[in-house]
Write a protein that binds this ligand. Sequence first.
Ligand SMILES: [Zn+2]
Length: 687
Amino acid sequence: MRKVSSLAFGIALALGLAACSEAPSENTEGNTSSVNQTQLSSGVQTENLDTSVRAQDNFFRYVNGQWLARTEIPSDRARWGSFDELRERAEEHVLEIVREAANGSGAAGSNQQKIGDLFRSYMDEERIEELGLSPLAEDFATIDALDSHAALATYWGEQQRYRAGTPIALSVGQDQMSSDQYVTSLSQSGLGLPDRDYYLSDDERNQILRRQYAEFIQELWNEAGWANAETAAETILAIETQIAAEHWSRIQNRDRVASYNKMSIEELTEAAPDFDWQAFIAAADLDIAEIVVRQPDYMAAFARMQNNIAVADWQTYLKFHALRSSASMLSSNFAAVSFDFYGRILQGLEEDRSRERRAVSAVESVLGFMVGEEYVARHFKPEAQERMAEMVDNILIAFGEAIDQLDWMTAETKTQAHEKLATFTTKIGYPEKWRNYDCVTIEADDLFGNMRRSADCEYDRMISRLGEPVDAYDWGMTPQTVNAYYRSTMNEIVFPAAILQPPFFDVNADDAVNYGAIGAVIGHEITHGFDDQGRRSDGDGNLRDWWSPVDEEQFRTRAQQVVDQFSAFNPIDDLYLQGALSLGENIADLGGLNVALRGYRNSLAGNEAPVIDGFTGEQRFFVGWGQIWRIKFRDEALRRQVVVGPHSPGKYRVLGPLSNMPEFYQAFDVEPGDEMYRGDDIRVKIW
Ligand SMILES: [Zn+2]
């Protein structure tokens, strides 16, 4: 649910790998620091370099080759890289907090009691085994009692709180056309596989995956002791294939204008007839006159499907999804079947994470900001916040200079771009106001109930925003998250505490490597406000076209070049990157590097950078970027990332942008004939 609601709030794409991420560290800053730069380390992790690879041919391998050679992906991970290393560290810190709470005896309702008892409820395997499937008994009874399509419409509405297999999903977030208000959005949903492509693509790999998905359905079905598993699997797969065929693609969903369709409920009823939208909305506890429909033609198709599919078949679909979505919290037989498909088959994992680590994830998902408050008290240094703020200011200044010097944009549009840049706000570290969890009651022997009460609490929190002023203190990520994001409706960039540490930001390293790492990450987030979707809203956070037609055309031409460049990368098998899916991220990387380099040059104030460890300042800048993207993927996970995006795998986040930068060519003497060389005429610079 969090993911969906975040999307509705307009959080675009952080920087990261899996999600969106970036991890800075403490700040070392050139122009503001009084530290003598010659005493600082280079920040280059020389033990990772592979000097047998030419930097000009493959900078990713040159910077990370030895690390790639000696690193094994842990057996319970789908990939391993610099972000994962930091995430592991953050998770260990959270585990300490959680264990202490579990070993203490906090007063009922206290933070310590809630954190501790939630953890204990997850760790109480004996109780969980004893309960078996019984926590879902009431849900199954409700599904069994559905006796008409009208009853289904109400059921979909009631289930919005829990999201166990609903083909349509409601969320409340800032209105992208009136960002000072909240609005309800309606989106497509309802699939058990990661994307519609898994159902629709006829290549051999997807055919095999569909067969394995059908086997998974049967195993879960049998485990529940229900009859006719094979028929059930056919029915479920047939329904999901119908849903998938009507889903918009991820590329279509990126289009903020096409997916913004505000309608009255009467208009929705007219556009998607024969479904009782009023009953659905009322059952979701909403009293609304209008709604933003993200995929109108999907809703029309859904309304038809909902009526054409027999109630009994929907019941089969619903029972499976109720079971599937809770399987990891049920007794070990269900959890194991679920891991076998979602972990082993879809991600290539050799083993599941330990129960303790899964318990930590559950605590994070239910009480994330409560844990974050303690995490910040223990692990966040106020000086990191100050130094980070200085660096953000410097990069914002550099972005303004970059706008002034663009050779493709007219003065009129530059003025508008400056206006947007001037209204950026920044959040660093942790929220000024902590989230209140009074609405969640946690009991040490009731894992399932805890999760349900949390879902109720968060859903009520979300819908109670309607009609209220926008919460400027809201955070879309907890402070212990190793990531960062840009939110268009607030025009803000946000850097949680956990990303403010090495290797993203090394207080003991000279500026160059920090500008290439966290500096470029800051630039990346700012550039999201000016990427192919971010540019469509203004400084107030509203979708508004502030571009002259000629500048729009110039932008689109350059964006298409970025699409084409990335679509030519072929990471595995016959799979190519989807340049149109990762476009926003790739523009953000390219822009982020350009403005961070400008910020670095400004920081030198005309002085020459020292040579450290044999690297010039600009060489270290680029090495800083190369280092943060070191990563290894399992094949399954790499394929998944290419299909669902939106971030290009780390290797291409290094090779792609740098091959467009003349400053990189200069720093490393890249010449025609080198593998990273692109001719002048095919290099792209947008920001
Ligand atoms: Zn991003």
